[in-house]
Design a protein around this ligand. Sequence first.
Ligand code: SAH
Ligand code: SF4
Ligand code: F3S
Length: 442
Amino acid sequence: MYESFFIETYGCQMNVADSELISGMLIKEGLKPSDDIENADIIFVNTCAIREHAEDKVHSRLGFYNKLKKDKPEIIIGVLGCMAQNLKDSILQNKTYVDIVLGPDSYRKIIDLIQNRKKEKLRSIDTNLSRYEVYSDILPSRNKGINAWIPIMRGCDKFCTFCIVPFTRGRERSRSLDSILNEVIDAVDSGYKEITLLGQNVNSYKFENIEFHDLLESIAKIKDLKRIRYTSPHPQDMSEEVINVMNDYENICNYVHLPLQSGSNRILERMNRTYSRERFIDLYFSIKEKLKNVGVSTDIIVGFPGESDQDFQDTISLMQEVKFDSAFTFKYSSRPGTKAANYNDNIDEVEKQVRLQKVIDLQKIHSMYNNRKIIGNIESVLIEKESKKSELKWTGRTESNKWVAFDKKYSHVGDIVNVKINQTSGISLQGDIVTSQEMEIA
Ligand code: SAH
Ligand code: SF4
Ligand code: F3S
């Protein structure tokens, strides 16, 4: 009998949202989510293929599932998501204990495949990509917390030369305005305080004549929705209208994740990023100028094929010019099937590591610098959870996406409170709740 399932999720927030969708489908069919992998009848792993390291993690987890299956041969093991799409043949050939392989556009098949497996012990695979699938009619079973993930588009047509996503997730397509609005209203009614709109290229959203800024505006008008975030926008599609709408509505958080990748025009072109260093810098400063107290983070890749010392210095000098609040930094990882995988001027691993460390160290200095600048400010903070360091403290994020810890003082998870920032230690902030009376005096 198959009664319970366990889903383990790797990769980006799109995968987190997809796992919630899949849980929704399974629960609707009467299966129960389990929090104990060793006792679940069905184990799914939702995978990521963005870098080799991401795939390695999944391979090692699969080894563990294999052991579980040796003790309980009747359990079902399924590999879902981007790696399933990317490595279907090798999974089927080399991992005979995997029963189900499903790509990101095939999740509707999941119930049928479980039934098949029950009846005939067949292994099943579906990795067809769709030009239309957006799963609009399926209700996700959301993880508990304060934030609801709302996918608004799927796929990517940008084809950056390093990136596997256009191959694993297929062509770009957007959900209807109505289905998105309904889902947001439902999330607000269920008590979620914050929503994050998701897409690999969230700001190239287009449904009929509705563009991303129109969507943002419609969502911002939803009653009782306290906080709106979105990720990841592409610099090319970051229009002035988007920035204006962010400025017009208080419940859209003043925070932008603006992935740079490289500060060298030569490398940006080779990456097919479609913007120049100068355009990025202009965009950065126009965001800073128009949005009060805005936080800006980024993604940076070091060691892209052919990246010379000078190219790398261009990345460093751009970082120095703008000083991001935070950055996700990566060593280039060659992805078979992408254009850059055929470039033959790869950078030595040791050199990549040296460059990565330089970028990490510099970013730390910039994060601390920006944190120090907001000491003394009163920031609006949405309380998310207890601080790991003290059970007397909460932690939450400012609108600009900075984590702050502060004494609990009669407040609760999910409250939005005013916090005076008192000090920084490393890259984290500490503060104190300011009551409304104290606010009036201030
Ligand atoms: N759609 C988003 C990024 C999605 S992937 C965008 O366009 O910005 C998240 C990040 O992973 C990318 O921004 C990039 O910095 C990094 N990344 C993607 N492919 C990579 C690769 N082959 N090697 C190293 N980092 C990579
Ligand atoms: Fe990948 Fe580029 Fe698409 Fe982002 S925009 S998902 S980096 S191809
Ligand atoms: Fe990974 Fe796929 Fe997301 S490759 S980053 S899970 S879109």
